[in-house]
Design a protein around this ligand. Sequence first.
Ligand code: ZN
Length: 211
Amino acid sequence: MEYLDYDDNMTAETLKSSGIDVDVAQGAVQELLKALGENPDREGLRRTPERVTRMYAELLSGYKADPDVIVNDALFQVKYDEMVIVRDIEFYSMCEHHMLPFMGRAHVAYIPNGKVLGLSKIPRIVDMFSRRLQVQERMTRQIADAIHDLLEPRGVAVVVEALHLCMMMRGVRKHNARMTTSAMHGAFRSNPATRQEFLDNISRGASPLQI
Ligand code: ZN
């Protein structure tokens, strides 16, 4: 029985504009299946190279994202100078060492210096950096740097909590191996009370990460 053609909404144009070399990627997945001792021509695997290629185009779409396009006209001049916190932003990324997912939550805070960003844009920035082959530390820093560059705020802080399938499924099988990374700029770095206010806020009512 053949299942649905595709389980995604990706159009041919989206796939084309992804920058992925579709033919080479499909051939490589087919070769990998063979190298793993599989028969890529058996029914269940016949369209796997195609599906995997489309999946990567979606999961790794962050390379093509442009922060200026994401922000568009959602940058506002305001006098507000209190801390802005967006917590529990769900994200999915791919560890570049094993090409397995890591996923969790990002918490972002900044202290405006004349400019604020529309709230829905912060998760878009998180997506932009998570939908790549990543290491969690670099992703955390890139999110902080992007917000720093866009807003030139008095400070920006990012904390990322994630579960890594490459740690959970293999080796020592640490099922609860949660990793936390942070990046702090400006007031969050220089002022312990500011940093603590953010950390207290994100730990309040936090539920444990689960898959
Ligand atoms: Zn890994």
